[in-house]
Write a protein that binds this ligand. Structure first.
Ligand code: P6P
Length: 337
């Protein structure tokens, strides 16, 4: 396949967005710049003084790893410098970051991001990821506000993730399918490697932290047992694969088929993952690839968002597997999800 860089691909697809006049192209370029810088540091994290913890905790009450802060700073700097964004929401920041600058005064977009998802894996050399979601601003002018982020996932203009793994990959959608790009370090460019990604309707992998089994809703417990039963016709028992880095688990399942579940638990009664900058962008991507994303009851992208760091349960992946898991939730679970 002839090498096609991310920049060439975006220009080629520009005709999909005649009214966007290149802003989206520049916005994805800005994100791409930060990705390359973060990837460089992730790749040598073990060698430089960037491992370990800053001693602070973020709004989630999670210990902040130095690479979290580095990644957050890089994406904020790249987006500010690009001039296409009027505000940023980040897992690492309690409040939104309004952008007030001469070059951003006509910015049309806001970006919500998890700059380094799965960061607890950094010190043990396991894949981590960045997740981002792009909305058109709803306020008229000036720096963006929290109101610009209070939009359903169905309103997303674009969404993507970067996985810093055996290779660095960018996977994104603008609502016209999903495409994957692999970083070629020899030229410093993301090159199209996975055009028009589609996730299998059915898979044989389930991803869930079974350490929380005792605290799962009854429907989830019953579904896990279903996954473990012997039944050749439905390729059961499935394989249990859980990395502890959602981007890595969901990326694998996107390619080979599977389901990732982070349900409510007693420790996380509303679920652990955040709607704005984890579940909605991942849901957009997986739906565009032919999969499904729900709370175990309702479509993720139709949830009304009331607060920046709102949490939700997440069932995401192959459509037939999500449907089956939801049947168990309907049949066995009383609490509303
Ligand atoms: P647990 C990372 O913190 C994350 O948000 C997801 O990427 C990951 O799948 C999950 O939480 C891991 O959470 O409770 O199983 O360690």
């Amino acid at each position: 396949m002839k090498t096609k860089t991310l920049g060439q691909f975006i220009i080629e697809k520009q005709s999909d967005f005649p009214y966007a006049k290149g802003e989206l192209s520049r916005l994805l370029r800005d994100i791409g710049i930060a990705e390359k810088i973060v990837n460089r540091e992730v790749n040598k994290a073990g060698l430089v003084e960037i491992l370990g913890e800053t001693g602070e905790t973020n709004i989630q009450g999670e210990r902040v790893k130095k690479l979290d802060v580095f990644a957050n700073d890089q994406f904020i700097a790249a987006l500010k410098a690009g001039g296409e964004v009027c505000a940023i929401a980040s897992e690492e920041n309690d409040e939104i970051i309004p952008i007030e600058s001469e070059i951003s005064k006509n910015a049309k977009y806001v970006v919500a991001m998890d700059p380094l998802d799965g960061s607890s894996n950094i010190d043990v050399n396991v894949s981590v990821g960045t997740i981002f979601s792009i909305y058109r601003r709803t306020t008229l002018s000036g720096p963006g506000t929290t109101e610009d982020f209070m939009q359903r996932g169905t309103e997303q203009f674009a969404a993507g993730y970067i996985i810093y793994g055996s290779s660095c990959m960018l996977v994104y959608t603008t609502g016209k399918g999903v495409n994957g790009f692999t970083l070629d370090p020899s030229i410093g460019e993301f090159c199209l490697s996975h055009p028009v990604m589609q996730t299998p309707k059915m898979g044989s992998v389930y991803s869930i932290n079974e350490g929380n089994y005792l605290h799962f809703p009854e429907g989830v417990k019953k579904y896990i047992k279903y996954c473990q039963e012997e039944d050749k016709a439905t390729q059961r028992p499935y394989s249990s694969r859980y990395i502890g880095s959602g981007v890595a688990d969901i990326h694998r399942n996107l390619i080979v088929g599977g389901i990732y579940i982070y349900p409510t638990t007693t420790k996380s009664p509303k679920g652990k993952l955040r709607l704005l900058y984890e579940c909605n962008p991942l849901a957009f991507i997986i739906e565009q690839a032919g999969g499904k994303a729900t709370t175990g009851g309702k479509r993720i992208m139709e949830i009304d968002i009331k607060e920046l760091h709102q949490r939700t349960p997440l069932f995401v992946g192959s459509s037939d597997m999500v449907d089956t898991a939801m049947e168990f939730m309907v049949k066995y679970t009383t609490e509303k999800v």
